[in-house]
Design a protein around this ligand. Structure first.
Ligand code: BGC
Ligand code: BGC
Length: 627
């Protein structure tokens, strides 16, 4: 009989214990030295179905609690338009909110961190005191990818300032019809401009290392964020510009107009792609297996994850949510990896779980989705740094970012007319005169100049909800201190006549809107804009500045104006508008066609019936007084 001595037994026991504790503490997937592929594999084999489906679930802040995170293994939380932890929340308040939800996720068996996402289509739009950049419709005018990249860098820092690592941006829609309510989210009607503006992605995520594999997501650490190119695909091509409508176009047309931006985004390592509510030739994009799995994943080798839009599965049927089981099956089978549910997550989880358990959706589809989600989380370092600190808090509204936004405003303005005749230009305006008039609904309204997706989903009116410089204040800051600036929002003709103004600046345009609320079939300047133009410009030399998300009907007002400027939706840094009126030269060239009448639409550069008021590429210049 073989006998063990007491010390020998003790030693054996010690060895056993060591092995047990070793395997309890060493988890391969938690080891950053392991290759991402190894970590994914290791984690996947430990995960239950519930844990996997949880990863595929994105919920809204309003229904998220640490317990929900923990009990349902939720993979991601997001803020819908205007959803904030508190009104005018400070970075610290945001950070505390994100961290408290994150702790719920980390307290699960496997401790997989959640990924918090926010909209940031022109800077960090929900956050008080964030730098709000011009909407894309203005940025396209600059044709300056390096500037757009810098905006991405700044936006990433401002979002990270609040502890958030993920943005739903950039929008790479190619708006082919300005009647579309989201046209301002599009850089241009020209796919080449949109394609070049995907430089926003290396700005947000960091520049892709030279040896990276095509299609693999890349996010360079704690000062960068995961990006989301959207909305895949053809969102800007819907019939009559009706939001979420059908994009009727040949495959060749889809590929040459709406797809180039995605090809270049995937090449630049974009982490995620959001689906479009719209259809292509009658088929809902959220259910389009050929374009999601076939093209994006198999052909382009996209290795990040595909996100649904808000209730995007529900909207596969009409009316939405008419047959949710069908929607879930269609969307997940098509290749959607994570679902922006965003509210009724138990219903989604129950339906999807049932379908997997009954082999309606194969386990291989779930595994594909979860691998992609984990890949993004590993790549961005979320496992190593799940808890945010306040080291970047001072980046929110950083003065250098505001300077960058101001530069972007200067470069995004387009001068459409300068003087009744070319030899008598009105701009640049003189700084030193006795008295000038500033008028119009958009002259002193920060909310209006920012447009939709600012502080709230639909945007706001007035000057109290965030920090910035209105155009009126910018003008006051710029003119000589001895020049009297009279502001009257909507002056009567008599008032203008009875004063001796040297010149007037009239700022009119569209009130803010987002998504379908912006769909508009007539595109006229809303009242009282036309009468403001008329009352002022009849009596005094005037420059009219149009603050709008798209070209508006201008032909009837053109002859009464002395100068005309398209300012798009410049954002918080209104100083950039005054800069080009007085000091800097105008350089912007239209990245959209300025139509004459809505009955011409859709009308894009290259079309046979092209007969614009101002063609694509048009823009007058002025000599800079300052460099
Ligand atoms: C949310 C937005 C969202 C929209 C979708 C709104 O209630 O706040 O974030 O885009 O619904 O329709
Ligand atoms: C919009 C997306 C947005 C999401 C979350 C949707 O309605 O289409 O662009 O990211 O809401 O706010």
């Amino acid at each position: 009989m073989v006998g063990f001595s007491i010390p020998m037994l003790g030693f054996l026991l010690f060895c056993c214990l060591a092995v047990v504790t070793e395997s309890a503490t060493y988890l391969k997937y938690k080891d950053p030295k392991q290759p991402v592929g190894v970590r994914i594999k290791d984690l996947m084999k430990r995960m239950s179905l519930a844990e996997k489906i949880g990863q595929m679930t994105q919920i809204e802040l309003s229904v998220a609690t640490p317990d929900v995170m923990k009990n349902y293994f939720i993979g991601s939380v997001m803020s819908g338009g205007g959803t904030v932890p508190a009104p005018k929340a400070t970075p610290q308040t945001w950070i505390n909110m994100v961290n408290s939800l994150q702790k719920g996720s980390l307290s699960t068996r496997l401790g997989i961190p959640m990924m918090y996402g926010v909209d940031a289509v022109h800077g960090y739009s929900n956050a008080y005191n964030a730098t709000i950049f011009p909407h894309n419709v203005g940025l396209g005018v600059t044709r300056d990818p390096q500037l757009i990249k810098k905006i991405g860098i700044a936006t990433a820092l401002e979002v990270r300032a609040t502890g958030v690592p993920y943005v739903f941006a950039p929008s790479i829609a190619v708006c082919r019809d300005p009647r579309w309510g989201r046209c301002y989210e599009s850089f241009s009607e020209d796919p080449k401009i949109v394609e070049s503006m995907t430089e926003m992605i290396p700005g947000l995520q960091g520049a892709l290392p030279a040896n990276s594999t095509k299609g693999v997501p890349f996010v360079a650490g704690k000062k960068k964020v995961a990006a989301c190119a959207m909305h895949y695909v053809g969102d800007g091509g819907t019939t009559n510009g009706i939001n979420e409508n059908d994009t009727v176009i040949s495959l060749e047309g889809l590929m040459s107009i709406h797809m180039p931006g995605y090809i270049s985004s995937v090449r630049k390592g974009v982490a995620t792609i959001m689906m479009s509510f719209s259809s292509w030739n009658g088929k809902k994009m959220h259910a389009n297996r050929d374009l999601i799995t076939g093209f994006l994943k198999n052909k382009l080798k996209f290795k990040g994850f595909v996100l649904s839009d808000w209730e995007g599965l529900d909207r596969i049927t009409s009316p939405p949510h008419a047959n949710y089981s069908f929607s879930v099956e269609a969307g997940i089978s098509a290749g959607i990896d994570m679902v922006m549910v965003p509210f009724n997550f138990t219903e989604y989880i129950d339906v999807l779980t049932y379908q997997v358990k009954h082999n309606i959706i194969p386990m291989s589809r779930i595994d594909d989705a979860v691998k992609r989600i984990l890949r993004v989380k590993f790549v961005m370092g979320l496992f190593e740094n799940p808890i945010a600190d306040d080291r970047l808090a001072n980046q929110l509204g950083n003065p250098q970012h505001r300077e960058l936004a101001r530069e972007a405003v200067r470069k995004s303005l387009v001068l459409l007319k300068n003087g009744k005749s070319a030899d008598k230009p009105l701009l640049p305006l003189p700084k030193k005169t006795t008295k000038i008039l500033v008028a119009g609904s958009h002259a002193d309204n920060l909310g209006y100049q920012c447009g939709g997706w600012t502080i709230t989903w639909q945007g706001f009116s007035g000057n109290n909800l965030t920090i910035g410089t209105t155009i009126l204040h910018a003008i006051k800051n710029t003119v000589d201190p001895t020049t009297q600036v009279v502001y009257s929002e909507n002056p009567s003709a008599e008032f203008v006549k009875s004063n001796k103004f040297s010149y007037a600046i009239v700022v009119v345009g569209e009130p803010p809107y987002a998504e379908s609320f912006g769909d508009n079939l007539n595109l006229t300047i809303p009242d009282p804009g036309p009468s403001t133009i008329y009352n002022v410009c009849k009596a005094v030399k005037c420059v009219v500045i149009v603050v709008a998300g798209r070209p508006l009907v201008m032909q009837p007002h053109l002859s009464s104006t002395d100068a005309l400027v398209a300012a798009w939706l410049p954002g918080t840094e209104g100083q950039g508008v005054a800069d080009v009126l007085y000091d800097y030269g105008f350089t912007g060239k239209l990245a959209r066609t300025w139509f004459k009448r809505v009955d011409q639409l859709p009308m894009n550069v290259g079309d046979p019936h092209y007969d614009p008021l101002f063609p694509f590429g048009f823009g007058l210049t002025t000599k800079p007084i300052k460099a």
